[in-house]
Design a binder for this molecule. Structure first.
Ligand code: HEM
Ligand code: HEM
Length: 162
């Protein structure tokens, strides 16, 4: 099967929806952090819409990521620009792999902490949030470097289906 020349409209929509959900997870984390502190002190968490949205958005990220991976496995991914240095190609695919891994592990660890009371999962969730942030910074830096310095079409292909 030949590699596709770009991403489908669905893949592009999913990328940006997940981006918005992740931003919301970071901006609105305070509610679940406080609820978790209460649980750890042996107090009831109670119902709080901000907490419920953290759980819901997290599950949505997991479901949409599995959907993305299914499309990617069936269709393949567009190759990196030919003249991109080998080290950058490697860095990009390693970053994408790690991002996909964290988009799965963040919700799973959150679920294990919240519904399973697993203290270690909560610690992993807390550590991974920093790793995810660092990877996203690297990823955005890479995308902007491609667009403004290398002047490739990489950023455009995550905006227009091809
Ligand atoms: C991609 C999905 C997710 C992201 C990016 C995310 C992000 C975050 C962030 C930034 C915090 C704050 C950590 C802190 O205050 O130190 C947090 C805390 C928490 N999240 Fe999530 N979360 C996700 C999914 C979930 C899901 C699905 C659940 C549960 C069903 C969950 C449960 C928790 C819990 C229990 C805490 C408090 C404990 C802790 O700080 O580790 N999260 N999350
Ligand atoms: C939460 C934030 C983000 C996450 C988790 C994320 C995740 C990903 C993943 C996993 C891929 C690989 C797609 C694939 O090959 O199947 C990808 C591709 C891409 N992302 Fe993001 N992304 C985020 C934010 C952004 C932002 C803010 C930008 C733009 C500044 C961006 C630009 C791109 C571009 C241009 C591609 C295509 C790369 C290529 O064609 O090789 N991403 N993203």
């Amino acid at each position: 099967m030949a590699a596709p020349s770009g991403f489908t409209a669905t893949q592009i929509r999913l990328h940006w929806i997940v981006f918005i959900l992740i931003v919301a997870q970071y901006v609105l984390h305070e509610g679940i952090s406080q609820a978790w502190d209460a649980v750890e002190r042996g107090q009831p968490a109670g119902f709080n819409p901000i907490v419920a949205s953290h759980v819901l958005f997290g599950i949505l990220v997991l479901a949409l990521t599995l959907w993305r991976l299914t499309i990617r496995t069936r269709r393949g991914a567009p190759p990196p620009p030919e003249d991109e240095p080998a080290v950058l190609k490697l860095a990009a695919s390693a970053t994408h792999f790690a991002l996909y891994a964290l988009l799965i592990l963040m919700p799973l660890s959150g679920l294990a902490a919240w519904f399973g009371g697993a203290e270690m999962a909560a610690e992993a969730h807390e550590t991974m949030r920093i790793v995810l942030l660092a990877l996203v910074a690297l990823h955005v830096g890479g995308a902007l470097y491609h667009h403004f310095i290398l002047k490739t079409d990489v950023l455009t292909r995550m905006r227009r289906p091809g």
